[in-house]
Write a protein that binds this ligand. Structure first.
Ligand code: UDP
Ligand code: MG
Length: 335
């Protein structure tokens, strides 16, 4: 396969009206700049004529390709599938609904190729969306930026450009498409920036994400923060809290025990209350049990991490003097 300059990945769910217009617009931009390119639509379980429109577009222009899911798997799954399939040196993602403008592509390409950024995220500075969407999104972006340490204003913008190496080495699972820059940063791709892009109002169809986007987005943010901090060393989290809880429980138990012994053998007075009548007894009990549970959870998580890490390929980007020889020795002993 010849090396393409650009791959454009477009997830599409029920976007039949937009696709012909989008295709001819992209082709126009690509031709006027002389790019070698491919456009890959991922039909994410559309129930309208989206797939037929993709077929028709491919018929007219073979650079336009498609992959079709048998049901709706979500935008993250669509992007991930696209990322596995494309070949271009620079990979662009954009929405299918004509809200992102293909005119931005040449500049995004230049920023990756010439300025050597690994990820350029679009920033819909002036948004054509209702306030009910823009306000919560401001909040999310602020929180995500603070937590991740990535200085972006608009994490969820569909229009983004990547160095091929980035998308070939990250995993976009669940609904994590909102946090791709965060995932990229963990994987060590830190040359991340943003570019103000034009944002247009939706022309056809309707948005595919309702209010639940905010709840899901928030939960994803929690898990992504947690995982990013403790993925490698779960025991650091569970062990710390487990030990703390156990210690509290232990100290309380000692105190209860001491009080009992004191009243039995030193004071020689009957204790005012039975041990089981004292609230502190239950506190001690719960603290010890929770402490042990946290500890065991940490242990199990640690074992899982160990297993998955032994299978894991670390991200090697360059080699010198190792590649060929090593392989030869390996195969001669193996055959
Ligand atoms: N999309 C998708 N699968 C889904 C939901 C959305 O592939 O389950 C696509 C959709 O067709 C569009 C893009 O993701 O190309 C962004 O969706 P939408 O425009 O509805 O989101 P919004 O702009 O409202 O954030
Ligand atoms: Mg949209």
């Amino acid at each position: 396969m010849t090396n393409l300059q650009l791959s454009i990945v477009i997830p599409a769910k029920d976007e039949e009206e937009s696709i012909p217009e989008l295709c001819s617009w992209i082709s126009r931009v690509m031709q006027s700049h002389g790019f070698s390119y491919e456009v890959l639509f991922i039909d994410d379980g559309s129930t309208d004529g989206t797939w037929d429109q993709i077929l028709a577009a491919n018929h007219q222009n073979p650079a336009i390709k498609g992959i079709r899911f048998n049901r709706n798997f979500g935008k993250s799954a669509a992007l991930q599938t696209g990322f596995r399939a494309v070949q271009g040196e620079v990979v662009i993602t954009m929405d299918a609904d004509l809200q992102d403008s293909p005119d931005e592509i040449p500049e995004l390409y230049r920023m990756i190729k010439e300025q050597k950024f690994q990820l350029v995220s679009g920033w819909k500075k002036k948004r054509n969306d209702p306030l009910s969407k823009t306000l919560p999104s401001k909040f999310f972006n602020g929180v995500t930026s603070r937590i991740s340490g990535i200085k972006l204003h608009d994490f969820n913008c569909g229009l983004k450009a990547y160095d091929r190496m980035v998308i070939k080495n990250i995993n976009v699972y669940g609904e994590m498409h909102r946090y791709i820059p965060v995932i990229a940063k963990w994987a060590g791709f830190t040359r991340i920036t943003e570019k103000v892009v034009e944002h247009r109002a939706r022309k056809y169809g309707s948005t595919k994400f309702g209010l639940e986007r905010f709840i899901n987005g928030f939960l994803d943010l929690l898990s992504i923060t947690f995982v990013s901090k403790f993925r490698q060393k779960p025991m650091h989290f569970f062990g710390t809290w487990g030990t703390l809880s156990f210690l509290i429980g232990f100290v309380l138990t000692v105190k209860i025990f001491w009080d009992k012994m004191y009243s039995l053998y030193i004071d020689k007075l009957p204790m005012k209350r039975d041990i089981t009548d004292q609230p502190i007894f239950y506190l001690a009990l719960v603290a010890v049990v929770i402490g042990v549970q946290l500890f065991v959870t940490g242990f199990l998580a640690e074992m899982l991490t160990m297993q998955s890490q032994s299978k894991r390929d670390y991200l090697v980007i360059e080699k010198v003097g190792v590649d060929q020889e090593e392989k030869k020795v390996y195969s001669s002993t193996n055959v």
